[in-house]
Ligand binder design. Structure first.
Ligand code: HEC
Length: 135
């Protein structure tokens, strides 16, 4: 049990530094083309996460179609019905601990919903929104 708590703590620290770095790098990228950029925005992120679009498979979906609206709860894949573990790092300490994984899924999932990859600003906004739900 103690070991589990310790492991959780370590994962939590990893998550905080990984996601901080990730967001900082995205911010630098946005500022290259928009020097006046102030920072990522929870409201814009919420719109990205909850609004419906004609997705890749010709069905209207949003990020919530698979992840649900309560991110501390498991979701369900809209297409396959497979359970998806919660997106919230508090409910699921494995979340946001590996940039490669975050990037891979954001690329795939933006394609699912928007039929294109997300911009640096969109990715930053939506991740900021997801993390804001933990506060
Ligand atoms: C068709 C279903 C589906 C949709 C729609 C979807 N996702 Fe996902 N998402 C998944 C699956 C499956 C995974 C990977 C399995 C897992 O990690 O549990 C995943 C993983 C992720 C991760 C990985 C986080 C991590 O570090 O583990 C993020 C972030 C994410 N999704 C964000 C989004 C966003 C933002 C949208 C909307 C643009 C979205 N998802 C739409 C199914 C979906």
């Amino acid at each position: 049990m103690k070991l589990l708590i310790l492991l959780g703590l370590i994962l939590n620290l990893t998550y905080a530094s990984v996601v901080d770095d990730y967001l900082n790098n995205l911010k630098i990228e946005v500022q290259k083309s928009n020097p006046n950029f102030k920072g990522f925005d929870i409201k814009r992120g919420e719109e990205i996460f909850t609004s419906k679009h004609m997705g890749k498979k010709g069905k209207e979906i949003s990020c919530t179609s698979c992840h649900g609206i309560d991110l501390t709860k498991s979701g369900k894949n809209f297409f396959t019905g497979k359970v998806i573990e919660p997106l919230s790092p508090i409910a699921n300490p494995k979340r946001f601990t590996e940039v490669k994984n975050i990037e891979k899924w954001l690329r795939r999932n933006f394609n699912d919903v928007y039929n294109r990859v997300g911009t640096a600003q969109e990715k930053g906004d939506v991740v900021t929104y997801i993390l804001s739900k933990d506060k």
